[in-house]
Design a protein around this ligand. Structure first.
Ligand code: G3H
Ligand code: 13P
Ligand code: NA
Ligand code: ZN
Length: 325
């Protein structure tokens, strides 16, 4: 069954845990992610970023992709979510990650996404409020949940790029949630997008705690989301580089810090993309280097799918997601 984020986040707030929000770029990943969540008895949050939609719509040159290209990819991801999610034994969410405009969010809602993120956090506050509110007004009547963002998260993901973080101001968060009505809010508190997050990361868990406290005192309800949360396992970085890669994966987010933030009641969704891309990259490099004969094998697609599915990166246990009743 496909569902919006809303009922899932309610349970996570009440029972104080976080789901993983896992980015997918292919049929094999959709299948693998849902299968692993079924085994772990956890709802699955699958996320399609704008680049994923462009890629699945046939455009590898993401920056030049048109809305039409993205719509083509959205249609495919929605079909995949239904193909593998409709009869799944856990609820499945298909969430647009980092939508950058009203038009893209509208296209995702129209295509059948059950949740969307509008990220206008790089615009002035008033414009961010205005566009986010417009997305909420469009999405909510369809039962589609909305995630917004305020603050600057360091690193690069797709078009989202920043050298340094600017942590989310709790009073801005209150005003933003009050005026937009978002269901979830991405905040900046020390995480970073991408494989190069820097050494000695210290998450500022007092930021989400303060935001939650202020929301509660204002009688507002929204779940906080941790973006840029890949752990960037150093053994996977080493394996990719041994297989000819050149990843400078200088440290990810320490898992124990993420778990501490969740335990402190700070966060209800933890977004992961880089770890999944790295697992896929590692597996594909191994395939090309150790089994080049598959390049001539008509069954190469099946092997490719197997390699992509062979990833531990989708494991919801990492983020303290409890087993369903
Ligand atoms: O901007 C580009 C897209 O996010 C693709 O990124 O080359 O890391 O897969 P990637
Ligand atoms: P990572 O780059 O750490 O995987 O972050 C993913 C993310 O924030 C998706 O929106
Ligand atoms: Na931002
Ligand atoms: Zn993100």
């Amino acid at each position: 069954m496909l569902t919006s984020l809303k009922p899932l986040l309610k349970v996570a707030r009440e029972r104080n845990f976080a789901y993983g929000g896992f980015n997918v770029n292919s049929a094999a990943q959709v299948k693998a992610a849902i299968r692993i969540h079924e085994i772990m008895r956890s709802p699955a949050i699958l996320q399609g970023a704008e680049a994923a939609n462009a890629f699945m719509g046939g455009r590898a040159d993401f920056m030049n992709a048109t809305l039409e290209d993205k719509k083509k990819g959205m249609k495919q991801l929605v079909e995949l979510a239904h193909r593998y999610g409709d009869n799944a034994t856990v609820p499945v969410v298909l969430h647009l990650d980092h939508g950058r405009s009203f038009e893209v969010c509208k296209a995702a809602v129209d295509a059948g996404y059950t949740s969307v993120m509008i990220d206008c956090s790089s615009l002035p506050f008033e414009e961010n409020v205005e566009i986010t509110k417009k997305v909420v007004d469009y999405a909510h009547p369809f039962g589609v949940s909305v995630e917004g963002e305020i603050g600057v998260i360091a690193g690069q993901e797709d078009h989202v790029k920043a050298a340094n973080s600017t942590y989310t101001n709790p009073l801005d968060a209150v005003e933003f949630v009050r005026r937009t009505g978002v269901d979830a809010l991405a905040i900046s508190y020390g995480t970073a997008h991408g494989a190069v997050k820097g050494k000695n990361i210290v998450l500022r868990k007092e930021v989400p705690i303060a935001v939650n406290e202020c929301l509660m005192r204002s009688n507002l309800v929204a779940s906080l989301v941790s973006h840029g949360s890949s752990t960037v396992p150093q053994e996977v970085v080493a394996e990719i580089n041994e297989l000819g890669g050149t990843i400078n994966g200088s440290g990810g987010i320490p898992l124990d810090q993420l778990q501490a933030v969740v335990k402190a009641g700070g966060i209800n969704k933890i977004n992961v993309d880089t770890d999944i891309r790295m697992a896929t990259t590692r597996n594909l490099r191994e395939l090309w280097v150790k089994h080049p004969e598959v390049l001539h094998n008509p069954k190469v697609k099946a092997i490719y799918e197997l390699m992509q599915a062979n990833t531990k990166a989708f494991d919801p246990r990492l983020y303290l997601t409890p087993i369903l009743d």
